[in-house]
Write a protein that binds this ligand. Structure first.
Ligand code: 6PG
Length: 472
């Protein structure tokens, strides 16, 4: 028994995580279902090889670890996690712990946490963000499970996590599925952030005739301002890249059909279940789905034609677009944090809202300069980022640009669903008299569902139509 922690699953993410843990001085027992991968992995580990204990079987892994054992699973989310747990469970002692580090659906984490409780074993569900590079050199880690279980492995998780100003980006979010839920919302925001950037790219390309490399220059400039973020940084890099085969801009040869593994969709689904509005995230998920309908799009263009898409130069101005993107981004984060607050109440997690913003400041895909201010804002204004300074002022300042960009893009026939829904969200939240009185009247007319009045107390009031039309 001489390893500090076990790790099952030596795919890209698992391998990178194992190297990171070893690099931080811990001994790792490693196992993979296809066992040839184990020796291959250790052979490729260079000077870190001595930190690994090969475990050909799960029993070998058990023997390599001192109880209470901690074993990380880094296998594809879903059935593979359950089958690994089922294989491990009979070999484990009371108090041993399984840590699921994949992108699990938090409902499954809730179930697995409950099942573990019944066996006397511990279970942690941790969301790990940052792709392969993050896993190797410092991811952002969002933990969920019993606090004492987290505390047991916190020294390892904090050692391997990204560092923001001396603070590790590895935080316990709450019990059972809290960590995986926070990771899911991270991904929902990731989808929205990416879609907003893609829409500005579309305006630059189709609205202003900019080349990919001109777009790269603009993203690079944005990355020095309020939009500074990993996603803007890599957008500049991908826009700059050339296809080695054709010499064309890489972006120009990539099919405009977006893939997805599902976490963005889960965010939209969970938000719907909780009645929490996240329209920008929903628009981003819908945009990915629509992008996949390539045949329909090509038939659509053939039958209906498409508008020129070209914008007056001042409407495709990079400063104006930057401001529009700032507004869209803040509104989408406000929605994400509102969803977290609602889920926290529903699932009894007491999510530490400012710490969520803090854990996203480094290591993860949505890391950005804005998140540090978001952490402070959420400390002073836990209700919503929408009302918290400096974001309140930033929204007020940038909304006119968002409005201009949306109006011009839509007039030119350029789809900007995420920006448009951010704007509609703002316009809805800043108009005390909305139009749902019409919905309520309709509901009452056809189903006697009742309404409230603006001038009297009481619920379940009805309109004059009920008796009349039921008699007709
Ligand atoms: C991260 C990412 C990652 C995600 C991929 C692919 O935080 O490191 O969110 O976990 O799985 O980016 O996601 P999609 O295939 O759904 O785009």
């Amino acid at each position: 028994s001489n390893a500090d922690i076990g790790l099952v699953g030596l795919g890209t993410m698992g391998a990178m995580l194992a190297l990171n843990i070893a690099d931080n001085g811990f001994r790792v027992a490693v196992h993979n279902r296809t066992t040839s991968r184990i020796s291959e992995f250790i052979k490729d580990a260079g000077p870190l090889a001595e930190k690994f204990v090969p475990a050909e079987t799960l029993q070998d892994m058990i023997e390599a670890l001192t109880p209470p054992r901690n074993i990380i699973l880094m296998v594809p989310a879903g059935a593979a996690v359950d089958s690994q747990i089922a294989a491990l469970r009979p070999l484990l002692d009371d108090g041993d712990m399984i840590i699921d580090a994949g992108n699990a659906n938090f409902h499954e984490t809730q179930r697995r946490a409950k099942e573990a409780q019944q066996t006397g074993q511990a279970f942690l569900g941790i969301g790990v963000s940052g792709g392969a590079e993050g896993a190797r050199f410092g991811p952002s880690i969002m933990g969920g499970g019993e606090k004492q279980s987290w505390d047991r492995v916190a020294p390892i998780l904090q050692a391997i996590a990204a560092d923001y100003d001396g603070q590790p980006c590895a935080t316990w979010m709450g019990t059972d599925g809290a960590g995986h839920f926070v990771k899911t919302v991270h991904n929902g925001i990731e989808y929205a952030d990416m879609q907003l950037i893609a829409e500005t790219y579309g305006i630059l390309r189709d609205g202003a005739g900019k080349s990919a490399s001109e777009c790269a220059g603009i993203f690079e400039t944005w990355n020095k301002g309020p939009l500074q973020s990993y996603l803007i940084e890599i957008s500049a890099k991908v826009a700059e890249a050339q296809d080695p085969e054709t010499g064309k801009a890489m972006l120009d040869v990539i099919l405009d059909k977006a893939g997805q593994k599902g976490t963005g969709r889960w965010t939209a689904i969970e938000a719907q279940m909780l009645g929490s509005p996240v329209p920008v995230i929903e628009a981003a998920v819908a945009a990915r789905n629509l992008s996949a309908a390539l045949d329909q799009r090509s038939m659509g263009e053939e039958l209906f034609g498409s508008l020129s898409g070209s914008l007056p130069p001042e409407a495709a101005d990079s400063k104006l677009l930057e401001q529009a993107l700032v507004a869209g981004k803040i509104l989408c984060y406000a929605q994400g944090f509102d969803l977290l607050a609602r889920a926290s109440a529903e699932y009894d997690w007491s999510l530490p809202m400012p710490d969520v913003a803090k854990v996203w400041r480094a290591g993860c895909i949505i890391r950005s300069a804005m998140l540090d201010d978001m952490a402070s804002a959420l400390e002073t204004e836990p209700v919503s980022l929408f009302f918290a300074e400096p974001f309140r002022s930033m929204i007020a300042e940038t909304i006119p640009s968002l409005r201009r960009v949306v109006v011009e893009a839509q007039s030119a026939g350029l789809p900007v669903p995420a920006m448009a829904s951010a704007l509609a969200y703002f316009d809805t939240l800043t108009r005390v008299r909305g139009t749902a009185n019409m919905i309520q009247a309709q509901r009452d007319y056809f189903g006697a569902h009742g309404f409230e009045r603006v001038d009297q107390d009481g619920k379940d009031l009805h309109g004059p139509w009920l008796d009349q039309h039921l008699k007709e």
